[in-house]
Write a protein that binds this ligand. Structure first.
Ligand code: WT7
Length: 663
């Protein structure tokens, strides 16, 4: 991490807004910085006026009595209003005469030809989506789902995933989507925490030509989930599955026969729309709560402004995230559909059947907006320039990145090789908790500097402060905070009020603490330096070091484990684990055991949590009060001489031993 910070600090190339973009995009909503600053100022001085006007663009059954009410740490938006997110995503477009417009453009992974010209493509119009979502909503009702019940969704990237989410929104049943790459124990934790009685899944999911056995994973999880009474299964891969009578139902057997009449429930603006579990410093993943009105308005408005979305101009938007993460929730589904620009959903891996898959898709679908993560960009770079060069990428107008700080080298490659030096790059900084972008350039408006996410979005009163909440001068590193509520902010952690307050609202009095260290430069641009808690960002995915440690110690051979992040060429941050073995295993501390432990973590959490390196050690360095000295371990894992003061080390010998190469 620290290396990438220094390289970021030295970056000062400025890229002015692109003329190519300005002439190709249609109306440029925020044409210059002066306009940005004026609108930003208004959004901060008069949030009710500003957000009231934005919200007027949506369909409400009942209007609000006040735009925002804030009693720290609780904010309520569009108070007293009622609406339905599904109505605003779908029905509204149909009512307005756009039923035949493409809403979702889906491409499946399987492809027999290296050229992928035989790709399986499905285009769902708003009218089709309305029918499918209504039938699915009725199917959920027939399985006993009522308003307020949490529906767990564990699926691959198939259209039915978006359909299931929208069906939940339609009937007021919050969903909890679990990333399809997670393992059965992760399903158990989340479904239990949410008290979910139903799981929607697929038989399997295609991933790099192989089948991920989703239904079998659900079966395994259900052994520990006695309250799950129904499982709804989409047939996608035709892999063999066990269907348990009375509990399991095929989607294709019960959905198509349902009535297409399913009115949208009238939801309160503050009713729960969904839970999404994310990692924190301690304990199990926390269920982040997002509600109806504020999230809907914030995601659709950030999508519109950050990507300058304009309907009827041939724009096609492709976000490569999986819907199992917040990026997919907000910028494949909820933020996109109200803007009426087709959203591309891709099922599989970026290198299947070949490393040019993504570029072939951009050419095939004339994609104008491409949104991905720095880790993917670094992989594309490594695979070689010949892959993008083979394809016509001239449809592209805008590029985006999200998930972690982007190293300037990757930024420049993206700009030149993918954007032909004429597409703006929006480096969007946000979190599961923020619902949508909080720091981001606006295209055609904000000059960009590689590695900086530039300026706050409208209504986001972001600052860099010290622990007392005092704003720090330019270029001094501190805590990233937000000093007032914004519509997309989380409303809580499911079932854990104390953790909500402790995590976000207690470190600095009266402010939302994001958990990132950052600085602002003399231009006012933000530079994210990395997490300040025990969260690591692996390939743009958040993992708690404690979750991985718990997975390790659940193995019979492990007594104690400490996990830290290490710099990694592609992932940004890799996972290093220091492990103390039980006495009977000390003689077998070899690569075979390393591999078994790595497999064990994959099985407990999922392949994304698999350690890149495991170091066996007789003991872990601790302070006198018993805290593991993680910074020291980070330095050792990264092969650096530690600069940290080690005078509080419990046992100096531990340090010397850890440095010894043990392979
Ligand atoms: C953490 C949030 C919501 C996007 C996907 C990740 C880091 C995210 C950036 C960026 C620097 C970034 C932060 C943040 N992060 N985007 N553009 N530049 N850092 O969501 O899993 O909730 O993780 O990702 O550290 O706190 P998440």
């Amino acid at each position: 991490m620290s290396e990438s910070i220094t390289s970021v600090l030295q970056e000062n190339r400025v890229f002015e807004p692109s003329e190519h973009f300005r002439s190709g995009i249609g109306p440029n909503y925020v044409p210059d910085l002066q306009t940005y600053h004026a609108r930003f100022k208004r959004s901060i001085d008069d949030p009710s006026g500003f957000w009231g006007e934005v919200a007027d663009g949506f369909n409400w059954f009942k209007k609000w009595t006040s735009v925002v009410e804030w009693k720290l740490p609780d904010a309520r938006w569009f108070v007293g209003a009622t609406t339905n997110v599904c109505d605003n995503c779908i029905d509204r477009q149909v009512r307005d005469g756009h039923g035949d417009d493409v809403a979702i453009l889906w491409e499946g992974e399987p492809s027999t030809l290296a050229t992928t010209d035989d790709a399986e493509v499905r285009r769902l119009t708003y009218s089709q989506l309305q029918l499918e979502v209504s039938r699915t909503a009725n199917a959920l009702k027939s399985l006993g789902v009522r308003r307020g019940d949490v529906v767990t969704i564990y699926m691959g990237m198939v259209p039915e995933l978006a359909i299931a989410m929208l069906a939940c929104a339609r009937i007021g049943a919050p969903h909890s989507v679990i990333f399809g790459g997670f393992a059965p124990p992760a399903i158990v934790d989340r479904a239990q925490d949410a008290k979910s009685k139903i799981i929607v899944t697929c038989d399997g999911a295609w991933r790099r030509g192989h089948i991920v056995p989703l239904k079998a994973n659900v079966d395994e999880a259900c052994e520990k989930l006695p309250d799950v009474a129904s499982v709804l299964v989409v047939s996608r891969t035709n892999c063999p599955v066990n269907m348990r009578a009375g509990r399991d139902h095929w989607w294709h057997e019960i959905v198509p026969t349902q009535s297409t009449d399913c009115p949208c429930e009238e939801m309160d603006s503050e009713d729960l729309l969904f839970l999404l579990y994310t990692s924190g410093s301690t304990g199990k993943p926390k269920g982040i709560c997002h509600t109806t009105g504020g999230y809907m308005v914030y995601t659709a408005f950030t999508a519109k402004m950050t990507f300058n979305l304009v309907p009827d101009r041939g724009q096609v938007f492709f976000c490569t995230a999986d819907i199992g993460w917040i990026t997919g929730h907000s910028y494949i589904v909820y933020g996109m559909l109200p803007n009426r620009v087709p959203t591309v959903m891709y099922e599989g891996a970026p290198n299947f059947p070949a490393e040019d898959r993504i570029w072939a898709m951009i050419e095939r679908h004339k994609i104008t907006h491409f949104y991905t993560a720095p880790t993917a960009i670094r992989a594309f770079m490594k695979w070689g320039d010949e892959h993008p060069h083979k394809h016509d990428l001239s449809s592209l107008l805008l590029l985006g990145t999200v998930g972690e700080p982007i190293n300037p080298e990757a930024w420049i490659w993206y700009h030149e090789k993918i954007g032909s030096s004429r597409c703006p790059i929006v480096d969007t900084m946000w979190q599961t908790e923020t619902g949508g972008h909080i720091l981001t350039p606006l295209p055609g408006c904000t000059p960009t500097v590689p590695g900086s996410c530039t300026l706050p979005f409208f209504g986001v009163d972001a600052a860099i402060v010290d622990e007392n909440g005092a704003e720090l001068p330019a270029n001094q590193g501190g805590l990233l905070v937000i000093r007032r509520p914004w519509p997309g902010m989380l409303r809580g952690i499911h079932g854990d009020r104390a953790r909500f307050i402790e995590t976000y609202w207690s470190k600095v009095k009266g402010m939302y603490v994001a958990g990132d260290g950052a600085r602002r430069d003399e231009r006012g641009y933000f530079w994210i330096m990395g997490r300040i808690d025990d969260v690591i960002n692996v390939s743009g995915h958040r993992l708690g070091t404690m979750e991985i440690e718990s997975a390790l110690v659940s193995h019979e051979s492990v007594v104690e484990a400490a996990v830290v992040g290490i710099p990694h060429e592609i992932k940004g941050t890799g996972i290093a684990a220091f492990v103390t073995l039980a006495p009977q295993y000390k003689g077998v501390a070899d690569n075979a055991l390393r591999k078994r432990l790595m497999d064990h973590v994959s099985k407990e959490i999922g392949p994304i949590a698999r350690p890149d390196m495991i170091r066996f050690t007789a003991s872990l360095p601790k302070t006198r009060s018993g805290k593991i000295m993680r910074r020291l371990l980070r330095d050792i894992a990264a092969g650096k001489e530690s600069t940290q003061d080690t005078t509080t080390l419990e046992d100096f010998a531990v340090l010397a031993k850890l440095r010894e190469v043990d392979e």
